[in-house]
Design a binder for this molecule. Structure first.
Ligand SMILES: C[S@@+](CC[C@H](N)C(=O)[O-])C[C@H]1O[C@@H](n2cnc3c(N)ncnc32)[C@H](O)[C@@H]1O
Length: 330
């Protein structure tokens, strides 16, 4: 990890240079930092399988699928290693440069098929939260399309580009804060980061959870889609997403996103739910993480001093529900 001094505070880039912008861990108390590095070993910009295989190098094995017919179909597909059938042909030559027509809308194959939910062509421009598809997931253009970073419909594939610092949170432990160098607000709908970690099957997640010491908290975010269930565990391997705390009145939300219409993995992407001011802590509602559905439901286990074995919520929101969300299915 790279350390540096910035305006009197000691910082280290948690991403070790792998993100386009550094993720400073602003020195907090020694105990929090020791607690963090006791369990957190690897920063990744995108999720991996438990054996370390990057998601982008694999298709979901049948073990992640919900019922037997889907499992059999997936086993067949995985054996055949199908190509992504949605390679876009929108790219056009324009004098000396290549132009991805996702920026114009209809002439892009991916946009015609799945839509473009980003409100303009520049990468900084936000997700149009009012125009989301009625059912998950949101589908972006495929990473295999040749238009690469020029494509305006591939926002969540571009890693972290927003200044985020990790420091002590009023709700306890560490938290992620919007930390720009000036007074610029973050527009509603801005993409912040993926929620990246190890992608576990339900039985792997159950085993992990039963072996997790009580004092380590819960980091597992569950994506429950009609065809498959994935549990994202960023406790040991993950990205900046693992530092976002729960709030009953959050300023961010999670959308399930697919990269291309092929047989790929769903990703969990964190967007600003409203305008965020400099210095605000970034939070999402663990119980209803997505604005579009109840597909995501991270779990929290019996914890300190809660009634009925529930963990007390310390989000401090006016409409705080009192306890952390709890999912009994794992
Ligand atoms: C995804 S982690 C968030 C980062 C964590 N605070 C840390 O220091 O690594 C989730 C854990 O943070 C704690 N947490 C998050 N939001 C909380 C809240 N509103 N009240 C109490 N604890 C919270 C819980 O222990 C939970 O298991």
């Amino acid at each position: 990890m790279v350390s540096r001094h910035v305006s009197g505070r000691h910082e280290a880039d948690l991403s070790s240079g792998t993100e386009p912008v550094p993720i400073p861990l602003v020195e907090t108390d020694r105990q929090s930092i020791e607690d963090l590095f006791r369990v957190f070993h690897n920063y990744v910009t995108d999720s991996v399988l438990p054996d370390g295989t990057p998601l982008s190098n694999s298709v979901p094995p049948y073990t992640y699928f919900n019922d037997d017919r889907q499992r059999q179909q997936q086993q067949q597909d995985s054996d055949d290693q199908p190509d992504d059938p949605y390679i876009c042909t929108c790219i056009e030559s324009s004098d000396s440069s290549w132009l991805c027509t996702a920026q114009d809308g209809d002439s892009c194959d991916c946009v015609a098929q799945f839509g473009n939910f980003y409100s303009a062509a520049q990468h900084e421009t936000p997700l149009n939260l009012k125009a989301l598809p009625p059912s998950l997931p949101l589908v972006e253009c495929s990473p295999s399309c040749p238009c690469a970073e020029r494509c305006s419909n591939r926002r969540t594939q571009l890693c972290v580009r927003i200044p985020i610092a990790i420091r002590l949170s009023p709700s306890g432990g560490l938290g992620a804060f919007y930390d720009p160098p000036n007074e610029t607000s973050l527009p509603s709908g801005t993409f912040l980061s993926l929620y990246a970690g190890e992608y576990l099957t339900t039985s792997q997640a159950r085993t992990r959870w039963s072996e997790t010491p009580r004092d380590q908290g819960n980091y597992t975010l569950s994506l429950r889609l009609p065809e498959m269930t994935v549990h994202i565990d960023p406790r040991h391997v993950g990205n900046v997403g693992r530092f976002l705390n729960h709030s009953c009145q959050p300023n961010c939300l999670i959308e399930v996103v697919r990269w291309g219409g092929g047989p790929g993995w769903p990703r969990a992407a964190i967007f600003a739910k409203r305008q965020v001011e400099p210095g605000e802590e970034l939070t999402f509602d663990y119980a209803n993480a997505s604005g579009a559905s109840q597909a995501i439901w991270p779990r929290e286990k019996a914890g300190e001093s809660g009634s009925e074995g529930r963990t007390r919520c310390r989000c401090g929101a006016k409409q705080c529900r009192g306890f952390m969300p709890f999912d009994e299915t794992l």
